[in-house]
Design a protein around this ligand. Structure first.
Ligand code: AMP
Ligand code: MG
Length: 395
């Protein structure tokens, strides 16, 4: 049986970057940049007024006041001549600063008498209230690096440089298969012995939290022929196949055989961890396969620790695992050495609280958790105040 560390390493080693595609920026939210982007122009492209006010020559403050207001320039317009000493120009935010002018005073700090400008601001300096050309970014300067996730601000920044399409890493196609003859879809009446199927919902939402979505979600009963068939079909159409349930040692657990039947090469099966010991990871052509044990908390724990980093690596992120911090645990916690533990937990000021209800069938505690405590294999009974590693769950 593999240690958690070895298993995580095996996942990263067996996952490769997906291909790159060129897409319009308005479709690029949530993708990862596959290229460095250099600015094709200086931003701002010209010296720009940062205020509604008056443009003038700074040296005129000494002995030329009041100034004569001779023209007006608004955003989108231009004053075509060079400003002369003793003159001022009414200017608005975003308008190009007239040639010759090197200072802007905001309109709240002046007094205007007909067309004469008295400047009351004593704090002005050369270039006050002017956004200098190239002060955000110079032409040909590196604007965004490969590996950056495209956010609202990223898209706005790219559009502001006049760029309309970008190279991104293709998003992975993820198929999900949930197995179990006891599973009923929520919304239908529950028969004796059945439970509502929830793993496809949590897996799907965990993908959504990464700005991904499940391509195909299917359910199958614990029937060997059907399990074989659905795996064989699904595995041909995705980059990542995630299965839930049926990977343990019960008489009705057919997933391992089904994967073998589809010639999936096993990379590991079973990890020294709680929850989620019977986790399977394998490869088939360019598709990677995770078979997660069906208990709902084990599904999420395995998703965040193994599937999440795989999906991040495929998309070209430079960091793969959940962010981690070290925090003191807020209570004693009993643990035997042997298996690593993942505990759903909640930040409690500057401490971390393991929640009540850590059994792998329980989602109630997970539902209010914001993080996962990681207790390594060899660790034993923890004392309140001991430092532990904490992985932060995506919001
Ligand atoms: P298994 O790994 O198939 O042995 O399932 C372990 C436990 O998780 C059993 O109690 C199942 O009923 C439950 N389980 C399996 N799949 C799901 C699912 N998709 N939604 C909710 N519970 C599930
Ligand atoms: Mg089952």
């Amino acid at each position: 049986m593999l240690s958690v560390e070895k298993a995580k390493q095996a996942v990263i080693e067996n996952v490769s970057l997906l291909s790159v595609e060129n897409i319009p920026i308005e479709k690029s939210y949530g993708y990862v940049l596959a290229e460095d982007i250099y600015s094709p122009l200086a931003l701002p492209p010209f010296n720009q007024s940062a205020m509604d006010g008056y443009a003038f020559i700074f040296d005129d403050l000494k002995n030329k006041l009041p100034l004569k207001i001779i023209a007006e320039v608004a955003a989108g317009n231009q004053y075509k001549e060079t400003l002369r000493s003793g003159d001022a120009i009414r200017i608005f935010t975003g308008a190009p600063v007239p040639l010759g002018a090197d200072c802007i005073v905001m309109q709240e700090k002046v007094r205007v008498e007909i067309n004469l400008l008295h400047i009351l601001d004593t704090t002005l300096n050369p270039y006050s209230n002017i956004r200098l050309k190239g002060s955000q970014i110079e032409k040909e300067e590196l604007a965004l690096s490969k590996g950056t996730k495209v956010t609202a601000a990223t898209i706005g920044f790219i559009a502001g440089m006049g760029i309309t399409s970008i190279q991104v890493v293709r998003k992975p196609k993820v198929n999900v298969i949930v197995t179990g003859s006891e599973l009923q879809k929520p919304g239908n009446p529950l028969k004796e012995g059945q439970i509502f199927e929830s793993n496809s919902y949590s897996i799907s939402a965990a993908l959504n939290s990464m700005d991904l979505s499940a391509d195909r979600i299917e359910s199958v009963a614990d029937n060997e022929v059907e399990v074989n068939a659905i795996i064989a079909r699904s595995i041909e159409t995705c980059d990542v196949l995630v299965l839930s349930g049926g990977i343990s040692v019960g008489d009705y657990d057919f997933v391992e055989r089904g994967l073998k039947n589809s010639t999936v090469e096993p990379i590991f099966y079973k990890v020294k961890q709680k929850p989620g010991k019977p986790l399977f990871f394998g490869k088939y052509k360019n598709t990677i396969v995770f078979a997660l044990p069906g208990n709902p908390a084990a599904v999420l724990s395995c998703f965040y620790n193994y599937v999440y980093p795989a999906l991040r690596k495929m998309q070209g992120f430079s960091s793969h695992f959940l962010k981690s911090v070290k925090l003191p645990i807020s209570t004693d916690y009993p643990k035997k050495s042997g298996l690593s533990n993942f505990l759903n937990a909640k930040m409690d000021k500057d401490k971390i609280l393991p929640l009540e209800g850590q059994a792998s069938y329980i989602l109630r505690s997970y539902a209010i958790a914001d993080s996962i405590i990681y207790l390594p294999e060899e660790s034993e009974n923890l004392k309140a105040g001991e430092l532990v590693e904490v992985f932060l769950l995506p919001k």
